[in-house]
Each structure stands twice: as C-alpha cells, then as structure tokens.
Design a protein. Sequence first.
Lengths: 307, 363, 354
Amino acid sequence: MNWAFIIAEIITVVGLTTPILLAGLGELVVEKSGVLNLGVEGMMLVGAISGFGVTVYTGNPWLGVVGAAVGGALASMLFAVLVLQLNSNQVATGLALTIFGTGISSLLGLGFTGRIVVPFLSVFPASLSKHPVLQVIFGYSPIVYFALIMVPLTTWFLTATRAGLILRAVGENDLSAHSIGYSVVRVRYAAIAFGGAMAGIGGCYFSMVITPMWAEKMTAGRGWIALALVVFAGWRTGRLLAGAYFFGILMALELLAKGVGFSILPSQFWAAMPYAMTVVALSFISSRGTAGANAPACLGKPFLPST
Amino acid sequence: MTKMSHTLTRRSLMKGAGVATLATLASPVLAADKLKIGFILLGPIGDYGWTWAHNKGRLAIETALGDKVETIYVENVAEDASAIPVIRDLAQQGCKLIFTTSYGYMDQTVQVAGEFKDVKFEHCTGFKRADNVSTYNSKFHEGRAVLGTIAGKMSKSGVLGYLGSYKVPEVVLGVNSFALSAQKENPKATVKLVLIDSWFDPPKEAAATETLINLGCDVVTTHTDSPGPLQILEQKGLFGFGQGADMSQFAPNAHLTAIEDIWGPYYVARAQAVLDGKWSSTDTWDGFKEGTVVIAPYSKGVTAEAAADADKVQAAYKAGSFNIFTGPIYAQDGTLKVKDGEVMQDADLAVMDWFVKGVESAS
Amino acid sequence: MRLKLEKRREASVAMLVATPIASVLLTMLIGMVVFDLIGINGTKAVVDIFLSPILATYKWQDVALKAAPLVIIALGLSMGNRAQVWNIGAEGQYVIGALSAAGVGIAFGTSGGFFVVLLMVIAGMIGGGAWAAIPAVLRTRFNVNEILSSLMLTYVALQVLGYLVGGPWKDPNGRNFPATAPLDPSQTLPVWPGSTVHLGVLIAVILPFVFWVIMSRSEFGYQVRVVGSSPTAARHGGFDSKRTIWATLVIGGTMAGLAGALEFTGVLHKVDLGFASGYGFTAIIVAFLGRLNPIGCLVAGIVLAVTYVGGQMAQTSVHIPNSTAGIFQAMMLFFILASDILVRYRVRVIVKGV
C-alpha cells in the first residue's frame, strides 16, 4: 500500500471536490426554497474574478473570499429580482444569468491577465500542513474547511431551526406558507443570496487556490456539475457531501487513468459519469415519488398568491 | 514645387498641374502601401507564454518597419469554426498578411485563404499549404532536449512528468526529445505523459500536474500555455519549466528555465517580403541554429553539472552538429525504430506519432 | 403608495410586440453606459455589436449563417415551451445530430451527391430526436423533470463528441488532432454561388412559416397549446398529454439535430472539440425573445445572430473578449423576461393602502 500516493490523491480529490461542494450546498438551499437557479456557473465566475480582484488590490485573501461571496450574491440578485418580483421564467432567467456572468467576468478580468496572487493555502504551521501524513488533515486552504463546516451547519439550519423549517415549507407548499403568514418572497431572496455567495466562494477557489491567476471561463463547467450534484444527492445535505466526493473521485480518476496509461475505458467515460449517474439517480428518485429524497414540490414554479 | 511658383507661364502651369496631379495620384498609392498585417492569437497577450511570444514578434515588425506597416490583432480566438469569421474579418478590414498562430486554425486558414486569393497567410505549426498560405514552425523539440537534460540530471525520483495537449507531432516530438535527452543523463528515467485535450485550461492543467506529481514525478515540463502547472510545482516545492517564454515570475523557485519562442526575425522577414512583392508560399522549420529557439537563463536552482550538460546540448545544436533524434531509438514496445547512428529526417519528424521507450502514456 | 398587479383578461398584444423591441433598445443603452464606466468606448462597442453587422453588407452572409441554426433550434424549443415542456438539452441534441450526420458521411467514404447529403441530414434529425427521446421517456415513464435530465444529457453528449472525434472517427490524416476528416465537397450542402450561404439558410427561412401553420391551424398545434395551458383541460379535451410531451420533446430534438447536421454539412465540414458553440442555449433566448412565436423566432434569431457577428467584430475593433457578446444577449433576455409581466399584468398604483 503506497500511503504517500493515497495521501497525495486524497489531497487532489479534496481540491477537486471543494468548489462543487460549496456551489452545490448553496444551490441545495435555493432549491429547497422552491427556486431553480441554473445560473451557478455564471455566479461562480463572478465570484472568481471578484475574489481575485479584491485580493490583488488589498493583498488580503480573506477579504478576497468575502469579495467573492459578495460578487456571487450580487450576481444572484439579478436573478432574484426577475424571478421573485416579476415572476419571470426561472429556467430562462437562470440561463441568462450564466451567460451574463460568463461575459461580465471576462470583461472585468481584462485588466488582470498576467497578474498573480499568493495562493490562499493552509494557515496551519508548516509542521502540520507540510507533514507527510498530517497534511491530509491540516494541509488545506481555509476555504476547504469552510466548505466542510458548512455541511453540518446547513443541515442543522434546515432541520433544526425554525427558519430552516419555514424555508422548507416555502419550498414544499408556498401558498400554504403564505397563508400562514410567512413571506415567501423574503425567504427566497435570502436563499438565493446564500446560493450566490456560496457559488462565489466556490468560484474563487479556482482563482485564489488552485491556480492563483485569472483566465476566462476558468471554472470550466463545474457549475453544471454542482447542479447535477444537488439532484444526485436527492436534495439532502449528507448525500450532497458524499456525492460531491464521489464526483471528485471520478474527476481524479479521469486524470489518473491518463497518467498510468489505463486506456481500456476512454477518459471521456469518467468525465461523463457524474452526469450519467445523476440521470440514473433522478430516475430512481422521481419514479418512487416518495417524500424525503424528493424534489421540493414547488421547485421551479412561480409564486402566484391570489392576493 | 518652388520652381513652379517662379515661372507662372501656361506651360509651367500645365507642367505644374501635371506634376501636382502625379503627386496627388502618388500619395493615395503611397498611403495604401501601408501594409496591414493581422494576427490571430490563441490566448491573451498577457499570458506571458505562447501568445505573448507571438505578440513580441508583432511588435518586432512594428519596430523594424515603422510606418510602412500597421498591425491588428485579435486575442482568445478559439481553435474551432468561430475562428473563420474572425480571420475573414481581418481580411475584409484590408489585411494583406495574416498570421494564424496555432495548429487548430489550420483548416480555417486554408478556407479563408481560398476566399481571399490576394491575401497572404502564415499558419504556425500546421502542414496544409496553398499558393497564398505558408507554414512556419519552430523546432521546439531542440529546446526540449535541453530541458530533458536538466530534468534527467536533477530528478531524484527518475520519474519525469510531461503535460501535453493533443497527440499532435509537435507534442510527440517534445515528449520524445525530452525523454531521450533525460535518458542520456539517467538511463532509467521514465516520462509520464498526460494529454488534456486543450492548450489552455488552467484548472485542468493544475489537476493534471498534481496527478503527475502524485504518480511520482518530481520534475514536470508543460506543453500547455498557462503558468498553472508551474504554480502547482511551486506550491509543492518541485521543479518545472516555462513554456514559450520565461515564466519565472509565476514560480521563482520551481522555474528552472524555459524555452523561449523567438518569432521576430521570421515575422519581419515575411512582412518585408510582402512589401517587396517577393512573398511566396514556403514551409519554414527553424530551430536553435536560426535563432527561433532560445533557452531562458538558468535559475539558481539549476545545479552546476546540469547547467554544464545543458550548455553542451545548446552549443551542439547551434553549431548544427547535434540532433537528439539520432539512433538507436526504440519505440515504447521495444522495437528498434531508428538504427544506431542514423539521424531522423525532418520529413519523418514532422509526422511522428509514436513514443519512445520510457514514455508511459494512455495511447 | 404601492404597486398592484392586476391580471389582464387577455395578453396585451401591444405589449407582446413592444417589449422585445424595448428590450433590445434598453440593452444597447445600458450596454453603452456599462462599457464607458469600464473604460471601453461604449458607443463604439454597442455600434459594433448591434449595428455594424447590419450596415456592413459583406457581413450579411455571416449573420445569415449564424441565424440559421438559432432559428431552427428555437422553433423546436418554442413549440415545447408552449406545451410547458422545457427542453434545455438542445445543445446536446445539436451535437448528436452533427455526429450522426458525420457518421453517415464517414460510412460513405468520399462518395457523396444529393442522396448521401440528404441521408446525412436525415440521420442528424433522427440522432437529435433520439437524444431528446431519452428525457421524453424519463418524463413520461418515471416522472423525471425534463429540465434536469435534458441538461445532464447535454454534458454526456459532449463527452460522446470528445470520444468519437478523438478516437474512432479521428481524421487519419489529421496528425492526431481530434477532429473528423474534412468532408469531401460532394458531401456538403449546395451553396449560393459566390457566397458562403448554404441551403440550410433557406430551410431556416421556410421552417418558421411551416411551424406557424402547424401551431395556429392544425389539430396538433391546438393540442400543444391546450396541454400547455392546463393539463386538466387537455384531459377533458381527450388529448393525451403524455403523447404531446413526447412529441414536443422529440420535435425539439429533431430540430436541434437538423441544425447540427446543417451546420456540419453546410459550414464547418468537420466536427471537432469546439463544435458545441452554445447555439442550443442561445436558442432558448431566441425562443423567449421571439415570444415563442415561429415568426418571432425568425426575427429574434436574426437579432441574436447580429450580436454574435457584432461581438466578433468588436473583438478586432474595440478589443473586448468574444464572451462579452453574451453580456448583451443575456441583458436582452433579462429585459424581455422582466417585461413579460407587463404582458400578463397591468400595473396599478394604489395611493391609499388596503
């Protein structure tokens, strides 16, 4: 058992997983509130350039992450206003946000080609973060730990707090929630903003940790994997964590296969797996039609109170 | 003109008018003589790599030829069908010489060249020509031989990494040259190759580099265009090389040296040829000797022995007395492909699609 | 004082037509301002993106070539949307269509001619339709949301593309660059002499009228609209909504596949990794901008094609990246979606609250 290799691969998988875990967690909350935001890729890119830009100007990566969250949240507000105030079609609006986010990040990024920042790596002392074995626990960027902490936090929020219950109620039956007196619109605004912030942080992982530079479209489609992830996880946070790492392992396998010369299965097989598995999972979830691991009943539908 | 103003006879007026007309006729022709040169660039000028080097070539034209020329460039042109209207647009804007600076523009260049027979096209690293399409390439693999020498000498694990894009001859030559030269320093050296199907994709390049490192590589050379791989190597305290230009600013410790692409002299020569009306379709493949391949200064991390051996390779190439592709060369499966002492010809190198022994790859 | 939304009894036709126009104009205006703020010549950028392709006649064929696939795909999508069926996988169906056509072309080697090309195009339609049949089956059998399934299948399709052009269908003379061999001229679509405008453009002009007739005059078109407005009404009318869902999804896929095959045989003549250029997603914008009306799709397709071509022109003139055309396309969609509400609702200002 080559432990050095296993440890190294675990670290690689964590790096591949973290952005989709963050964006997926954010989108899960959004969808739990009944809104389908397909604009994840766009928000991630906005977060990537925002985080990078703030870090370049302030020299402080913590501020950079905040900047990324703010950027992502702002981008999501474009979507929120249209969908919540003007009842526009969620699918089309989300797609427009993706296209918009891609374009605006490219435009804003024009002044940043060739610039680099210090990568936002582990804040633990080198004895821990570079230790041959312990680095598997201590060697990561703070963003990684943030993502991991957010999983139980979000779970606790959704299942054990009143606000979380309201959010889920809004997603399952918005008209009832409205008649009880909850502000559906306000809840959804908050959820969408949270989703945007998380996607933004997921995006800045690319520009501040993996390759501390800016390149157009540098999130390379991970936003779409995050969307798949939410569905694959059946809208459950625990499954989302497992699913994210499963997808991350698949991504790592694609490259490993190339590196060791394993060519029996084409590399595209591994790359297609997350999406294909999501379709399979979807079929299981939807056909059984049981509550629990099922899409929120109001997902994608506009909120149309009669008053 | 001053003579005209002194003798205002009808004759001199007529003569004056004649000369004036000739002068006015001449000036628009002179103005039109300003040669418009277009550049199709794969990445951003600020990539400090492949595209940055081509842009330096463009600036060299402007410096050398001044106001005889005007250059236009387009960055981030994808290597697919969307390049066709962009190339066409340059021709429609009046460019009479267009450089398309990546392999993936090949068919698009040929197609647009067919529509604009009076425009000259220069396609980089391709092989399809036409009456108005030239191809030009640089023997990057000569530079790889220098990098391989350093890598082979300095690698502690003996496992070297090569990050490539596609299995096109340019990459195959690079891999093989890198492997052969490393094996001269360390006969047991092996090269792990990962092809990522793109010239520029920072996160994928980074993940691939990490994978190579996880598989035991402690020196990785990149044949893709972003500094991402170098940044990963810097984070891990390992070594690598810059691509297309000196990339040491991205990785001061990891960056040992780089292959620099020097396009200036060729670009100026071609522009001058168009100006002189002497341009014709050619295929140019220059290297160390002609100056298109230059090795960046060695960093402090390069050991003295490695530097010495690398210098020897450079000198031999510049003198024209050395070719890394000299037999005996074995293929991956062990068959002898090039006999002892035999030197592979350029024509065979240009279509090379097999890897040498010691290269581990998925195909 | 607050705003009250009153549902109109009938969708306002005036608004239906005015809002797309207003959206385009507003986009141009705001675009100018945003670019100026960033330090790029806003007026020049907007003029380049929106007006230059119209003013420069030599660009018209580029606009036509870009508009054709957008219009064709949008026609299929808008029919589905009318039935409340959301096909987001047009990009994948477009790619599979092109690959199907490519496969037929490879099977015939270098021989071509009218029937071979026809076969290639039909193969494209079947391929796209079949790829859309998957979400159709999943929706009707397993109640799977077709938005999610069709979207996932798009990314699977892209991997299929990567596998085929990098492996079994790679051009043997292409020095291992992942792309199919260029089509023999006998396997390409006829082209208007002296230009690059291919037969597909003509198809893209005729199809909207065909769809218009189907949607407004035929039983099927009526069925689609009823199913879209209310599944209960549909049941009472004796229409099988499942059949309609099937039909509209497959038609959407067929149209996308047709567009892919036409783009392959008419413009690109080969399939490479960059083949999926986003038409399948932009066509969604076209469908909305065209208010899901076939003739509207034709006009909207041309408008978006203009921004595509303009975006390329702006690359050379104002040095803004290609993807910034997307900013304008998205803005137009934002505005049209926002203004949608004015079509269905009247805005009333209430001075005293109750």
